[in-house]
Structures are given as C-alpha cells and as structure tokens.
Design a protein around this ligand. Structure first.
Ligand code: HEC
Length: 152
C-alpha cells in the first residue's frame, strides 16, 4: 500500500473508531417546567430549550463524533446551570440568581451561545426580543420580593 493510501485507511479507521465512544443523549422526564406568559415561553423554547431543558431536540450531527461530543457537553453544562423544565424544583434564592444571570447574559448577547446560532438561525434573538426577556426576568424578580439572606 502506498503511504498515501495507508494514511487514508488509518484516517478512515479512526473516524469509525471514535463513533464507538459512548455519548449520552437523553431527555429526562419533564416534571417541573417553568410557567410563563406565552410570549416568554415561546422565546425560551425557541432559543434556549435545546441546552436548558429536558426537551432537547438533538440534531443529526449530535450523532456523529466528534461534533456529538461538543453538543453533548454544551447540553450537559447548560442543563446543570439552568434547566427550565426543572425550574419548579428550584428554591426562590436559586430562581432569583438565575433570573439575574439571565438578564445579564441575554442583554449582553452571550446567550444563546454563539456556536449554536449558525446552525439554528431561528434561535437568534432580535434586540426587541432580548428586551422582552430582560423585562420579564426583572418583573419576576420584583414579584418574588426580597429573598432572605443565606442562613436566615
Ligand atoms: C447551545 C447551548 C445553549 C443555548 C442554546 C443557550 N445556552 Fe445558556 N448556557 C449554555 C452553557 C453551556 C452555559 C454554561 C456555561 C456558560 O455560562 O457559558 C450556559 C449558561 C447560561 C446561564 C448562566 C447560568 C448561571 O447560573 O451562571 C444563563 C442565565 C443562560 N445560559 C441563559 C440562557 C438563555 C436565556 C438562553 C436562550 C435565550 C440560553 N441560555 C441558550 C448553553 C446554552
């Protein structure tokens, strides 16, 4: 076999081999989904749920290594930081903190994650939509009232 062909065969075998690395693409049951006005719910579902809920729509490339590793990593990290379908189980303190983070990340354009947008152009938020989300988060926090300090 020529050197070139050997390299091709090795590359092919490597591509096949990495497909065998197990990845967990699960959607755990939805037990405590956040309750919001319809407009907010559709923004969250359209732009955030793939990483921040148990209702992830796994794209085809999430089945092909190495892209799958990146997708699964973002979903795991995203869910563990903020899960809108486990929101009902959060404490008031945690909700308050997450809403504050949401105001910050959404107004600064850090969420949805940039890497996600080229393949999900419909998830991109307009300035007006960002404002709607931020205003909602602010109003939610205000409605919760003061949160007791830790230990109180
Ligand atoms: C492609 C996956 C993905 C999408 C889509 C996405 N996020 Fe995230 N999000 C992450 C990841 C990963 C983290 C944790 C790492 C980080 O902060 O960058 C995160 C972190 C956050 C945090 C910080 C939580 C904390 O306590 O620090 C907030 C708030 C957040 N996202 C809100 C949103 C909102 C709101 C949307 C939709 C408008 C959204 N995200 C869309 C992946 C995503």
């Amino acid at each position: 076999m020529s050197k070139r062909n050997r390299i091709l065969v090795m590359t092919g075998l490597l591509v096949i081999a990495i497909q065998l690395v197990p990845v967990r693409r699960d959607n755990p049951p939805v037990t405590a989904e956040i309750q919001t006005p319809d407009e907010i719910g559709s923004l969250l579902r359209g732009s955030c749920y793939d990483c921040h809920s148990n209702l992830t729509e796994w794209p085809w490339y999430s089945r092909v290594a190495p892209a799958s590793w990146l997708v699964v990593k973002d979903v795991r990290k995203g869910r563990s930081e903020l899960n809108f379908t486990e929101w009902g189980d959060y404490t008031d303190r945690r909700r308050d903190h997450k809403l504050e983070e949401l105001e910050e990340k959404v107004s600064e354009g850090e969420m949805p994650l940039k890497i996600y947008l080229p393949l999900h152009p419909e998830a991109r938020l307009t300035d007006a939509e960002r404002q709607v989300l931020v205003d909602w988060a602010r109003a939610e926090r205000a409605a919760m009232g003061p949160i007791p300090e830790a230990g109180e």
